[in-house]
Design a protein around this ligand. Structure first.
Ligand code: ADP
Ligand code: MG
Ligand code: ZN
Length: 446
């Protein structure tokens, strides 16, 4: 039918000013959302064009009225609203930075019989205020409640970096306004996180799922064992230099990230690397805000080559020319590892990701997770602690067994790949991996 699909293309070209869809996942997802026949789950990496998957159907989909967009990031929300407004689209936000007068104006519009507003951006906190519920009730009564889009929906899962407790309650809304179709959008996530999203948001089955592949073909992955090395810092330095490339000595273009378990080890690793001639700076939550931003700023400008940070610490910006990501201590989950290592090679050029695994780190993490499990009181805490433990076991397997690293990760992310052939140590140097694993086994203390 040329009906709404024609309108979708016309809106893409004339309202958004795009010639075509940016990729086939975007195209398929938009057509599905626009048809409004079922709930939709979309997962694509940052920058792949997820916003359009609800923005375009909000204007050209089969449903009338207002699309409510839930997003935890006020800054990005404000940017999106401005961009939409500059394209002549009526978008509003009701986040806490908006004045009382503005809120009154927008609320009045939303409660009218034919609201102008097409997209309404709100934070997850706001969704649960009485004022907001009466707005939604009114939209529903007027048959002007088009869609709910949950951006950054991985925040519902504690496995994502950005777990956001308010997201857990959003599922109540799905039940209350049961006829309004939902769209959930995430970065690339493991099957576990995807299932959390479907479950906690109460998405209505059968959910249409659209996912971009998780394969990062330009990244070379490997794992080494700290306890089997005479001097792991020397190894880290030569790993860094080889990832940065020969040109780097002259151009200083390209940089790296090292992840550590604690603030103290960040300081220590940065200090060691700097003394070995590789300009490095620690950046962690223990530093003053201005020192953190200074470190990030200097790193982005190339004044320092390596930033050393704690696992799970969120950096403000991604830069494309990261040539390596080293985990000085193993990540706690595959989702964490995929996101952290995935900061390498954003420009599509070759990049390397290495884990410095150690039995000591592993046992420390296992102890912490076991204690959490024992301390858990409520059923929910128990389930969480147990899945944290299970999730870490998958990282253990990644490090302690010889499987193609790409295939291993992709399987966790619900994609398929038989073997990468030469983009990981297991495929490229199987004998040396076997030797390293034997050596690691042999270091076990009885
Ligand atoms: P994500 O939310 O997946 O990180 P965004 O929605 O922020 O990605 O989009 C990333 C960029 O891609 C934006 O600048 C957006 O304008 C652009 N973009 C999205 N769709 C298209 C398209 N079909 N054609 C060209 N550019 C697009
Ligand atoms: Mg986005
Ligand atoms: Zn491989």
């Amino acid at each position: 039918s040329t009906g709404f699909k024609g309108k979708v293309i016309e809106t893409l070209n004339n309202v958004f000013g795009f010639q075509d869809f940016i990729n086939s996942v975007q195209e398929d997802a938009i057509k599905s959302v626009a048809s409004a026949s079922q709930d939709v789950f979309i997962s694509m990496p940052t920058g792949a064009g997820k916003s359009l998957c609800y923005q375009l159907p909000a204007l050209a989909g089969q449903r009338n009225g207002v699309t409510v967009v839930i997003s935890p990031l006020i800054a990005s929300m404000t940017v999106q609203v401005k961009q939409l407004q500059s394209r002549g689209i009526c978008a509003e936000t009701l986040n806490c930075t908006v004045s009382k007068e503005e809120i009154a104006r927008v609320s009045e519009d939303l409660c009218s019989a034919y609201p102008c507003t097409k997209l309404l951006y709100v934070t997850p906190e706001q969704v649960f205020t009485d004022e907001f519920h009466s707005i939604l009730d009114q939209l529903c009564k007027n048959r002007m409640f088009a869609y709910v889009a949950v951006d950054e929906a991985h925040c519902v899962s504690q496995w994502s970096h950005d777990f956001h407790p308010h997201y857990l309650k959003l599922g109540e809304l799905r039940k209350k306004y049961s006829r309004v179709p939902w769209v959930a959008l995430t970065i690339t996530v493991s099957v576990t996180v995807m299932n959390d999203v479907l479950y906690y948001l109460n998405l209505k089955p059968p959910v249409a799922v659209f996912k971009a592949s998780s394969f990062r073909s330009n990244i070379y992955y490997d794992v080494v064992f700290k306890e089997c090395m005479d001097n792991p810092f020397d190894d880290l330095k030569s790993f860094a230099l080889s990832a940065l490339g020969k040109e780097w000595e002259f151009t200083k273009r390209g940089s790296g990230i090292v992840y550590c378990q604690t603030k103290e080890s960040c300081e220590m690793v940065a200090d060691k690397l700097t003394k070995l001639g590789l300009n490095s700076r620690p950046c962690h939550a223990g530093l003053k805000d201005e020192d953190q931003s200074q470190a990030q700023h200097d790193w982005m400008l190339g004044k320092i080559s390596v930033i050393v940070t704690t696992i799970g610490f969120r950096k403000g910006t991604d830069i494309p020319s990261v040539r390596f990501v080293a985990h000085w201590s193993v990540a706690h989950s595959v989702d964490g590892y995929y996101q952290e290592s995935g900061q390498a090679g954003g420009d599509g050029q070759p990049a390397r990701c290495r884990i410095y695994y150690s039995r000591e780190d592993r046992n420390l993490i296992m102890d912490i997770l076991k204690k959490d499990e024992q301390a858990a009181k409520t059923q929910e805490e128990k389930i969480k602690a147990h899945s944290a433990y299970k999730s870490f076991k998958i990282m253990r397997k990644y490090c302690e067994e010889a499987h193609c690293r790409h295939s291993f990760l992709m399987k966790e992310f619900g994609d398929e790949l038989y073997k990468c052939k030469k983009y990981c140590d297991v495929c490229y140097k199987p004998r040396s991996v076997d030797r390293r694993l034997d050596h690691f086994e042999a270091t076990r203390v009885s």
